[in-house]
Design a protein around this ligand. Structure first.
Ligand SMILES: Nc1ncnc2c1ncn2[C@@H]1O[C@H](COP(=O)(O)OP(=O)(O)OP(=O)(O)O)[C@@H](O)[C@H]1O
Length: 307
């Protein structure tokens, strides 16, 4: 885990924050600082508490205990002064208005607005600017939400699963804009289920599980934290899964056709033992885990620990 920097330098500071809904503890003792210019991915399985944490950050919910500070102020205070732009999963767009009108409204309300045409252009919705908002496709609606989140110069941009429903071109345009924003020193925090996006975009990855922070580091650090490596090879002839399953340090084993894939906490020892079985693996590959596999390994290990 990173050592928290002094609160004065933090864009966002969660200090021992908890939030429950009835008996469900959605956020459980979360302590976390975000810093200027960071692009941070928030990962976690369904129900991990990602949206709840973002709602707390945006002042849409109040913590049961602990404090959330945004630019040294309350979340509401930071939003009122135009420091924060957000794109949330929920919330329908205003009906009965045209795309340009709703974007113009967001620009008018922002203390440091960008020109309306520029916002439309950047979000890739200039061509549908005169269309009614309720006549848009899902991906176009998502682009409008993106436009609303970037209507002005925000120092912190909070995005809850922003690219869901976007096609490849929209996604690429979206992330290129976010990179530009981060390049200008803005902090970007996004929750996502697309681990490849987190791997490619984020310079810091947070893994939430049952409301608690399980991992905090670069994607490379998270992969290393999972501690396992992938082993893949082909075998000729009938495959004795039982014998393979008895290899040391294995954390998973799958056989499909002649191909065997496994994960091991000590790949050297596993491969040594594999040869010890008198087998001759072909096309042997040993590699680190991808972020997705690391994420699954970390959250499954925690499930097993807390079961
Ligand atoms: N308004 C609510 N009332 C009751 N329970 C809620 C409410 N909102 C969230 N929860 C519960 O709190 C937990 C955390 O939910 P949250 O939406 O924050 O998770 P998430 O990580 O964003 O999930 P997902 O990836 O599915 O969007 C879940 O168990 C969820 O069912």
């Amino acid at each position: 885990m990173k050592t928290p920097a002094p609160a004065a330098t933090a864009v966002v500071a969660f200090a021992n924050v908890t939030k429950s809904y009835g008996t469900v503890r959605a956020v459980d003792g979360l302590t976390l600082d975000l810093h200027p210019g960071e692009t941070v991915a928030l990962l976690g399985p369904n129900g991990a508490g990602k949206s709840s944490a973002l709602d707390l950050l945006l002042g849409l919910r109040t913590p049961d205990t602990g404090t959330v500070t945004v630019f040294g102020s309350t979340p509401q205070g930071a939003i009122a002064t135009g420091h924060v732009g957000a794109m949330l999963q929920t919330g329908g767009l205003m009906e009965g208005v045209k795309v340009r009108e709703i974007v113009k409204l967001a620009c008018d309300l922002h203390p440091r607005p960008h020109p309306v045409e520029e916002v439309l252009d950047r979000a890739g919705i200039a061509q549908v600017a005169d269309r009614m908002v309720d006549k848009l496709s899902g991906g176009q609606e998502q682009r409008v939400r993106f436009a609303l989140a970037t209507a002005g110069a925000n120092d912190l941009i909070v995005l809850d699963e922003p690219t869901t429903g976007m096609d490849v071109t929209a996604r690429q345009a979206f992330w290129s804009t976010m990179r530009e924003e981060a390049g200008r020193g803005r902090t970007v925090l996004f929750a996502t289920h697309y681990l490849e996006e987190a791997d490619a975009i984020a310079d810091r990855v947070l893994v939430l599980h049952k409301g608690r922070l399980l991992a905090d580091g670069t994607a490379a650090e998270i992969k290393a934290k999972a501690g396992a490596r992938r082993i893949a090879f082909d075998l000729e002839g009938p495959i004795d899964e039982r014998a393979l399953g008895g290899l040391p340090f294995l954390s998973s084993l799958t056989v499909s056709g002649t191909t065997v894939r496994m994960q091991s906490h000590d790949a050297d020892a596993t491969v040594h033992a594999l040869y010890g079985l008198g087998l001759y693996p072909r096309n042997l590959e040993v590699a680190g885990l991808g972020l997705e596999q690391a994420f699954v390994a970390i959250t499954e290990a925690e499930e097993a620990r807390t079961a």
